[in-house]
Design a protein around this ligand. Structure first.
Ligand SMILES: Nc1ncnc2c1ncn2[C@@H]1O[C@H](COP(=O)(O)OP(=O)(O)OP(=O)(O)O)[C@@H](O)[C@H]1O
Length: 766
């Protein structure tokens, strides 16, 4: 702190100087904000009038396949105008949001640097975003600007930083941190550390919130490495619980968007998150930094969009089944491997026209295309064509034949019958935007109407063709499984009869479909982020890489938190990911410092692990975790009620976390309390404040002020598989952790040194 070194008088002078600057900058921000708000309102009204105009003109007949293809220059032009207006409006809206934030806390850091050859030192202030005066002088530097990395990485003295034109070096003379709230400096430190502990202490001591916060003011050096990495096509972050993996990727996304402003937008970034609650929890970080959110999807959602009409087993169901039936997972292991995916590829390339599962295309009892006809088309195409081209060419030929069929039907008796009985409304609807001469062969209105009627009838077949339904991929996959193991095929077919599909079949089946049909790939995605990667099978990762071929990957995980498979060391993980994803330039970063929990909770949870020593606790003090042992269930529930009341009087969020749904149901049934106990399900998107009850797989990635683990008995946590679960549950607690046990606690806890926790109802453990 300043006054420790220079005395109180200097501190007062410095503080008063800095406060004056803060006040001055805020008044400049406010002025600019007024101006931006006016521009925003103007853009809003302009956009709405252009949009009205567009809507009036753009009544496209989306029904007609030929019309879809046609470009209507006038409409296109207006469409472009609308999107340009929307873009301007959005930029201004974001600017207003950013300025509103900036006026409360304009910056958090200052660096004084001296560049060789320059006469004077330079003072730079660093905040959430850039702010310049009317002469383009930088009053605040964006935290993502190249020079700002000095603030995160450098200790005083000579430092280097990367710029687009190469490495630069300067002398760092001073580094100052601020905590500014509502325009007032609450705290100010000069520090020689990367980012000093004091501010971090303050940040971490806060209570949890519905939304995750951005950490730009206190990014740590090793996190900064992840955030600013632009050289690797595969970045693997193996970080212990609470080490800031999720925080780092969100700041990384903000960083990438800033640095590739013109070449990258938020829609080209996809984040796979563990569950919907998590998606909501992190949804405010990027907007708080003035950026748009990336696309977010859970694995279950990703698959559901691709298997319409089928019920997909979720990761949670898989977990529940695995939990009650150990053999279950054994049956699935093979399908989750990269080797299995490679055998799919081998199988696909070996298919002959006869062995492909083409299927008749029927419409209302009429066989429009027989599978023999489809097979014959495919067969006639050159065998040397890549699989997917041969398939898409077949599709093109089928579409052409269908068009011809439909065209010929315009004079069919049933069509003419309909034309003669059209009422006014139908007549006008069908006539739509008919223009004489549009179709060369259709020169009278009656034929045009006939064509429209035939088109309407055959529309579902166009859709079927566009969606590749003339290949029965389910039958094809079943044939593949049959070759591997008849039992696999039977299990798959039985499930399919009930419109269900196992999670382990999703990736291989989609891969087979995509290889054969050429569909399913998205070349526009530039970055793919996967959080909680330890819960993904190699087959799933392999498929995601295949689907997003141009994406650079950032994978974040903690193998100790593996709920679904055995723990892997970082090296093992790297080896298997290299094998699965074949990256050109991979990098593994380990994060071993845990920030979420108090020192006491971190010490307790690291003792649960065989190699927990690598975990370093951040020195935030708190209470020892409490173990409360009850002799029977009734006493345990009474204890639960008492503990909940106690914790709720202190904290905003208290979570009772159980191993699975069955345990949650039991708790809910027996819990008697004046406040409702919200049992959170996989469908929930919002996490209410106060008391919640949830199984661990839904608490992934989340954090709570206080956590109660219900029933940590030896019976409940008997084996190695339970160790990771217990560790993950405990690591959700920020400030307080209470463990309840009915009877003897699990050996994992009994083996923890007794000074690391308190036992409230002592019984003899050994
Ligand atoms: N540099 C930092 N400054 C301030 N807070 C931080 C920092 N790094 C992490 N945190 C805080 O620590 C907590 C844990 O971070 P985060 O959720 O990103 O970790 P994680 O590694 O994804 O955790 P887990 O794998 O256990 O879900 C959050 O409250 C986050 O805000």
């Amino acid at each position: 702190m300043i006054n420790e070194k220079k005395g109180a008088v200097t501190l007062d002078k410095e503080l008063s100087f800095e406060q004056k600057r803060v006040t001055r900058i805020i008044s400049q921000i406010k002025k600019f904000l007024q101006k931006t708000k006016k521009e925003y309102l103007k853009a809003q009204s302009e956009r709405s009038s252009v949009e009205k105009n567009y809507l009036q003109n753009a009544r496209i007949n989306t029904f007609e396949v030929d019309d879809q293809m046609e470009t209507n220059a006038e409409v296109q032009q207006q469409k472009q105008l609308v999107s340009k207006n929307i873009e301007t409006e959005q930029i201004l809206k974001r600017q207003v949001t950013v300025l509103n934030e900036l006026k409360k806390s304009p910056y958090f850091g200052r660096i004084d640097i001296h560049e060789e050859g320059e006469a004077e030192k330079e003072t730079l202030y660093i905040g959430n975003s850039t702010f310049t005066d009317e002469n383009n002088n930088f009053l605040i530097y964006d935290w993502r600007a190249p020079i700002s990395s000095i603030y995160y990485n450098g200790t005083l003295g000579k430092v280097t930083y990367s710029t687009p034109s190469g490495e630069q070096s300067v002398e760092l003379l001073k580094k100052r941190q601020f905590n500014i709230k509502n325009g007032q400096i609450k705290n100010m430190f000069d520090t020689n550390e990367t980012v000093g502990d004091s501010l971090l202490q303050e940040m971490l001591g806060q209570y949890s919130d519905e939304y995750m916060k951005n950490i730009v003011a206190t990014i740590q050096q090793e996190q900064n490495d992840i955030i600013r990495d632009t050289h690797h096509d595969l970045l693997i972050v193996q970080g212990v619980a609470g080490s800031g993996k999720t925080s780092a990727i969100l700041q990384r996304i903000a960083f990438l968007l800033y640095h590739n402003r013109t070449a990258l937008n938020a829609d080209q970034i996809v984040l796979f998150s563990p569950n919907r609650l998590f998606s909501h929890y992190i949804s405010e970080v990027l907007p708080s930094l003035g950026e748009r959110n990336m696309r977010q999807v859970t694995l279950a959602e990703f698959f559901s969009q691709r298997f319409e009409g089928l019920e997909i087993e979720t990761l949670f169901e898989r977990f529940e089944k695995e939990h009650t039936n150990n053999r279950y997972s054994q049956n699935y292991k093979q399908k989750e491997t990269t080797a299995f995916m490679r055998s799919i590829k081998e199988y696909a390339t070996k298919q002959t026209p006869d062995s492909l599962s083409f299927t008749d295309l029927m419409l209302a009892g009429e066989k429009v295309f027989s599978k023999e006809e489809i097979t014959a088309i495919y067969e006639k195409l050159p065998a040397a064509l890549p699989l997917f081209l041969r398939f898409s060419e077949t599709k093109n030929i089928l579409v052409k034949r269908l068009k011809k069929k439909v065209f010929e039907k315009r004079n069919a008796d049933w069509v003419l019958e309909k034309v003669n009985h059209l009422n006014d409304e139908e007549y006008h609807e069908l006539l739509g935007r008919y223009r004489r001469g549009k179709f060369e062969q259709i020169d009278n209105e009656e034929e045009y109407l006939g064509y429209q009627i035939a088109l309407k009838k055959y529309r579902p077949l166009y859709d079927a063709l566009y969606n590749d339904y003339f290949l029965d991929v389910y039958r094809q996959y079943s044939a593949f499984l049959q070759k591997i193991s008849p039992a696999f095929a039977t299990a798959f077919n039985t499930r399919l009869e009930y419109h269900k599909i196992a999670l382990a079949d999703c990736a291989p089946l989609l891969y087979l479909r995509d290889l054969l049909t050429g569909s399913g790939r998205n070349h526009s995605i530039q970055y793919l982020f996967i959080d909680e990667v330890q819960d993904y099978s190699p087959a799933q990762l392999f498929y995601l890489k295949f689907t997003f071929p141009n994406a650079k990957l950032t994978l974040l995980g903690d193998s100790e938190q593996a709920l679904f498979r055995k723990m892997q060391s970082s090296k093992e993980l790297m080896r298997s990911l290299k094998q699965t994803l074949s990256p050109k330039n991979p990098r593994l970063i380990e994060l071993n410092k845990s920030y979420r929990s108090t020192k006491q909770i971190t010490a307790f949870m690291k003792s649960l692990l065989p190699d927990g020593n690598k975990i370093q606790a951040f020195t935030r003090p708190g209470k020892l975790p409490r173990l409360i042992i009850s002799s029977n269930k009734a006493a345990a529930f009474a204890e639960l009620q008492r503990t909940v009341a106690q914790l709720l009087s202190k904290y905003e969020t208290v979570a009772i976390i159980a191993q699975d749904l069955a345990e949650c149901n039991e708790i809910q049934l027996n819990f008697r309390f004046k406040k409702p106990l919200n049992l959170i399900s996989a469908k929930d998107r919002l996490l209410p404040k106060g008391l919640v009850l949830l199984p661990i797989y839904l608490a992934k990635g989340l954090e709570f002020d206080a956590v109660i683990v219900f029933n940590v008995s030896q019976k409940n946590y008997p084996d190695e598989a339970a160790r990771g679960i217990l560790y993950t549950i405990c690591s959700r607690a920020m400030h307080e952790l209470v463990l309840l046990s009915t009877g003897t606690p699990t050996n994992f806890i009994q083996n923890i040194p007794s000074e690391l926790f308190s036992i409230e109802h002592r019984i003899k453990l050994h």
